[in-house]
Design a protein around this ligand. Structure first.
Ligand SMILES: C[S@@+](CC[C@H](N)C(=O)[O-])C[C@H]1O[C@@H](n2cnc3c(N)ncnc32)[C@H](O)[C@@H]1O
Length: 381
């Protein structure tokens, strides 16, 4: 089977999480760069990655990389690519672009040069002058970084964070891909209690339930490459069937709360859309009233930062309350994502580890407080 050069793009800071997901999916030839992981795979891998990657933004075909300092070099580099092996006669060639610190800085010009080259390549095979472009979409990106051109085709369509369960959102929701990454980083296991006491639209607990039940994040959505002729329909059908058969029917102990009525309703609606109503217990309740007699629980939350929601002072008072409430949970682990620089001061404890992550373009830290682990997890039995 033809091998493709593939790129899983990610948010800054999540590259190693995406690389670890790819290793779990069986890929070993990984090369990690800023905001992307490169590897190789065939058409079944394109399908597998789109269906199963929880933390990546998109899956791209890497068609070519070369240096270009003028339009002729860009044109010749793009013309050398066998676009016609991927794009059918009626394919819609949608070109997008970006340019950073490069001689060729006019993005619209780069896009039209690449379009011209792709059309010329199509003429080689289809022997016609004009193309109707009324078929499946092929979104081609021409990306220049310090004069290096990367030409890609997007296989995902809508970003992979779109799982299909959260169409309407409350204020400041977390991206599903980031929520899934927080859970991966926490080393939470489905046998342990999981809590998000400030769940907003429910993204973190819903992602935890998807992970807990081994539900493929892409099971309830479509991908642009499902319309492509290079991937036979039966490949998608088989992968979807296998994903359906991999769902684990296991009991989960996931609890989500928010004091805001609208958020609480939204979270429940989203869980219902994701088919997880029976897997998450929702409550409309303030964090200050949270307590649990359970052991080895795991809290992952994204409280207000005092930037988009509420004031800084309110956020600081909330962090103090979190410190008090969480201090009663002695065997638990806590993971808190916030952009507030002095979070630890108000929370009252230094984190075991901090990790810089971006929530959209807000620089945040994930404060990680690792608690004790139940015996069998420690020994790996
Ligand atoms: C940044 S949002 C969380 C977004 C969420 N992760 C999502 O993906 O939708 C913070 C949430 O904390 C809630 N919140 C703030 N103070 C709270 C408190 N004292 N108790 C419970 N919830 C609180 C807000 O209502 C808001 O929904």
């Amino acid at each position: 089977m033809t091998k493709f050069n593939l790129i899983a793009t990610s948010a800054f800071g999540l590259e190693s999480v995406v690389a670890s997901e790819l290793r779990e999916l069986g890929f070993n030839d990984l090369q990690t760069e800023n905001a992307r992981v490169m590897f190789t795979g065939d058409i079944t891998d394109i399908v597998k990655c789109n269906l199963w990657l929880r933390c990546a933004d998109r899956l791209l075909l890497n068609m070519s990389e070369f240096n270009a300092y003028d339009f002729e070099e860009l044109f010749q580099g793009a013309l050398a690519v066998r676009w016609e092996d991927i794009i059918p006669e009626n394919g819609k060639m949608h070109i997008v672009g970006k340019s950073v610190k490069s001689k060729l800085y006019s993005v619209p010009d780069c896009q039209s040069i690449v379009k011209k080259a792709v059309v010329e390549a199509m003429k080689r095979k289809y022997k016609r002058e004009k193309f109707t472009e009324d078929g499946p979409v092929y979104k081609i990106e021409v990306a220049l970084l310090r004069d290096k051109v990367t030409l890609t085709i997007d296989t995902s369509g809508a970003g992979l964070h779109k799982r299909g369960y959260a169409e309407t959102r409350v204020e400041a929701p977390l991206r599903e891909t980031l929520a899934a990454a927080l859970i991966k980083l926490s080393r939470w296991e489905p046998s342990r209690t999981f809590v998000d006491p400030m769940c907003g639209s429910g993204t973190i607990p819903i992602e935890a339930a998807l992970i807990g039940k081994n539900i493929a994040p892409g099971l309830n959505r479509n991908f642009v490459s499902e319309t492509w002729s290079i991937i036979p329909k039966k490949v998608w059908k088989k992968a979807r069937l296998e994903a359906e058969q991999s769902v684990k029917d296991i009991p989960l102990s996931i609890y989500a709360a928010d004091m805001d009525k609208k958020s609480f309703r939204q979270a429940r609606e989203n869980a219902e859309k994701a088919g997880l109503t029976d897997d998450i217990i929702f409550e409309k309740k303030p964090l200050q009233e949270f307590s649990s007699a359970k052991k080895f629980g795991c809290i992952i939350c994204n409280p207000p930062y005092g930037e988009r929601l509420g004031t800084k002072k309110e956020a600081e008072n909330l962090y103090r309350d979190m410190g008090k409430v969480f201090s009663e949970l002695d065997s638990w682990s806590f993971f808190i994502l916030t952009s507030h620089q002095d979070f630890q001061k108000y929370f009252g404890r230094e984190a075991t580890k901090n990790r810089k992550l971006y929530n959209g373009n807000i620089k945040c830290y994930l404060y990680q407080y690792f608690g004790a682990l139940p015996k069998q997890e420690k020994t790996g039995l």
